[in-house]
Design a protein around this ligand. Structure first.
Ligand SMILES: NC(=O)c1ccc[n+]([C@@H]2O[C@H](COP(=O)([O-])OP(=O)(O)OC[C@H]3O[C@@H](n4cnc5c(N)ncnc54)[C@H](OP(=O)(O)O)[C@@H]3O)[C@@H](O)[C@H]2O)c1
Length: 270
């Protein structure tokens, strides 16, 4: 697609969403940067270069569908807003936490996308870009709530991609690895699971695994450039990485016969 018309990015106050909003505007889109506190985006418009695009800020709360105002002429929707919670064993997670994460990461996204589709259809097509996570490609303990919410978005996107292709709407999924944002910084801690009987050793191993990818941390602006490229590529596959780790994980997942490297089935041709 050409880089023109309206693009809508949720969770654009900071992190990956902010970087995507800027990159799409610099590519030529008129970006609606949607965020909970519009003051967080007050400086965005001034940061857009001479690429022909623009940024305006809109208030949105993914937990409040009354704030979902679909922009006229929408061509690109980037479902980016997301949260995570404490890293706990399943037996110690409150159902309220499951509901809170799914409310933001899945249900808000589903409602917003459902409202965006008719506008895109009326305009002759567009792109829906869901930001999930490369963590759903690997079995990581204590991330069940977050990973399940992102896996649900992933499955949602697969079905949606089939449904809306006849209307000229492409659905793609970006599965980030470690991107330099507040969320990644917040994940740099011993999992809360360590405090629970029988889980300390696994929590320490999990944290060591988290630290082991520190050197692969990618600037949000670099990830955003790959997101924009995927949005613009009419031949793009469904799933994309946007950093070295996620690209590698996705390659391994795509080429593994049944499961990821390291599983008992790997390399057995099943
Ligand atoms: N960073 C990574 O390494 C990484 C890896 C894999 C996947 N991801 C995914 O990438 C996306 C962006 O992550 P990030 O690292 O940029 O996270 P971040 O720095 O924590 O930013 C999260 C964004 O989501 C917004 N948000 C949260 N709850 C919201 C709500 N109810 N309504 C509207 N906006 C809400 C935040 O708004 P406020 O400023 O108002 O809080 C913020 O703009 C998320 O979906 C995340 O799961 C990130």
């Amino acid at each position: 697609m050409d880089a023109s018309g309206v693009a809508w990015v949720t969770g654009a106050s900071r992190g990956i969403g902010r970087a995507i909003a800027l990159d799409l505007a610099n590519a030529g889109f008129d970006v609606i940067a949607a965020m909970r506190n519009p003051a967080d985006g007050a400086d965005l418009a001034a940061q857009v270069g001479d690429g022909g695009g623009s940024i305006s800020v809109q208030r949105i709360d993914m937990n409040d569908p009354d704030t979902f105002v679909v922009p006229d002429g929408l061509r690109v929707l980037v479902n980016n807003a997301g949260i995570e919670r404490e890293y706990l064993p399943v037996e110690h997670v409150d159902l309220a936490d499951w509901r809170a994460v799914f409310e933001t990461n899945l249900f808000g996204l589903v409602e917003l996308t459902g409202r965006a589709i008719p506008v895109m259809r009326a305009g002759g097509g567009g792109v829906v870009c869901n930001i999930t996570s490369s963590s759903i490609l690997a079995a990581i303990p204590f991330y069940s709530v977050y990973r399940a919410s992102k896996a649900a978005v992933s499955a949602f996107g697969e079905s949606l991609r089939c449904e809306v292709a006849p209307f000229g709407i492409r659905v793609i999924e970006i599965m980030p690895g470690p991107i330099d944002t507040d969320m990644l910084a917040g994940s740099d801690r011993m999992p809360e699971a360590a405090a629970y009987d029988g889980y300390r050793e696994m929590a320490e191993a999990s944290y060591a695994g988290r630290k082991a990818v520190d050197h692969m941390t990618t600037p949000a602006a670099d990830a955003a450039a790959l997101v924009t490229a995927s949005i613009l590529d009419d031949q793009a596959p469904l799933k994309h990485g946007c950093d070295d780790l996620s690209v590698g994980l996705l390659d391994a997942w795509s080429s593994a016969p049944i499961a990821l490297v390291g599983s008992p089935y790997d390399g057995q041709g099943m």
